[in-house]
Write a protein that binds this ligand. Structure first.
Ligand SMILES: Nc1ncnc2c1ncn2[C@@H]1O[C@H](COP(=O)(O)OP(=O)(O)O)[C@@H](O)[C@H]1O
Ligand SMILES: [Mg+2]
Length: 339
């Protein structure tokens, strides 16, 4: 297996949540939240990819599509060559063990009435792993998430553990069936800042050791940068930029990525950033702007942006969805000069 082999392919996926019913439809009001609105990307085996963007831009919805927790309203998603929108039976059961979610909130992810051992046994039972093997698997995964003194934890209940310990258990539960693919949805956002680094380091280590393909969802560029070699930036249900994280941080191309990078504290004082006056709060995904969905906050928007949705342009190793980069494979002469 080579690293460049595709594991997950997303082609034109949409996830629209119906709202309002017939009365709003008759009044011409929006009938759906366009949480994901036509995204395409490929995840290669062993890759760790950040899904970055403001709250409400469709990150969690995208994660739900990747794990078949929701089916797309439109488009296709394949996992290891198989269309997950149509799989059932044994193939679906196999997919459910190979692709796992690491929950955002460790305080809600575990049943308070189950001991840690019971919480970790449950997926093994569901996957019909023989009883004799279960305890060894549990100890192995506890080592993996760096809770090696398993005896100390296994008979306790969730409320007896700290947030950092709980999130490692949540990770252990997602990893115990040895998946090839994980989606971690803001896994440290509910944790105290002081324990975040520890949990992130475990995630990085586990990913490398298991050769996992991982999607790491976050609104925080600094966290994505720490964990992911590649980043996909989303805005209002669409992808605006996709490429190597370091390129994206060093020289963001899309005006929205520029704004996100400018909002992160500058690591080197001699590196200048031009903050963009886009303000806070994205527009309503029930009623996104025509053309480029970022145009009403974009300081570089021009007439064409209102009428035509920008397709992906390739710039180096990146894909950028912005009319400033319409001539594919060329770099614009100056940063931020309208075409
Ligand atoms: N079950 C749902 N029903 C209706 N709207 C939803 C539902 N889940 C999410 N949304 C809406 O879809 C949009 C994207 O949500 P989400 O994927 O959770 O974004 P993010 O994870 O980036 O914050 C938001 O406007 C959100 O309010
Ligand atoms: Mg979310």
């Amino acid at each position: 297996m080579t690293e460049t082999e595709a594991l997950v392919r997303v082609e034109g996926a949409r996830l629209h949540y119906p709202i309002g019913g017939i009365v709003s439809a008759m009044r011409g009001l929006p009938s759906a939240v366009k949480a994901v609105d036509g995204i395409s990307f490929t995840l290669h085996r062993g890759e760790s990819v950040g899904l970055l963007g403001e709250s409400g831009c469709g990150k969690t919805s995208t994660g739900r599509l990747l794990l078949k927790l929701d089916d797309p309203t439109d488009g296709h998603i394949t996992f290891d060559g198989e269309d997950i929108t149509t799989i059932r039976g044994e193939a679906l059961r196999r997919f459910r063990t190979r692709a796992q979610l690491i929950f955002q909130n460790p305080f809600e992810a575990l049943n308070p009435r189950f001991t840690i051992r019971a919480a970790l046994s449950e997926p093994l039972e569901n996957a019909r792993i023989p009883r004799a093997e279960r305890e060894a698997r549990i100890h192995r995964v506890m080592d993996l998430v760096r809770l090696p003194d398993a005896a100390q934890f296994l008979d306790r209940y969730p409320h007896q553990l700290s947030g950092g310990q709980l999130q490692r258990i949540v990770m252990a539960r997602a990893l115990i069936l040895e998946p090839d693919f994980v989606v971690a949805d803001e896994p440290v956002s509910m944790l105290d800042v002081s324990v975040r680094a520890g949990v992130l380091n475990v995630f990085r280590e586990v990913r490398a050791r298991m050769g996992l393909t991982a999607v790491y969802i976050s609104h925080d560029l600094a966290l994505v940068r720490y964990v992911c070699e590649r980043t996909i930036v989303m805005y209002l249900g669409r992808i605006v930029e996709d490429g190597p994280t370091e390129d994206l941080v060093r020289e963001p191309l899309h005006p929205y990525t520029k704004a996100l990078v400018a909002a992160v504290p500058v690591p080197h004082p001699d590196q200048s950033h031009d903050p963009l006056p886009i303000g806070r709060g994205a527009p309503d995904p029930r009623n996104p702007p025509s053309g480029c969905s970022f145009r009403d906050r974009c300081p570089m928007a021009h007439a064409r942006c209102a009428v035509e949705e920008p397709g992906p342009s390739r710039v180096g190793q990146r894909l950028v969805h912005c009319h400033l980069y319409d001539q594919a494979d060329t770099r614009p002469a100056a940063r931020g000069t309208p075409a």
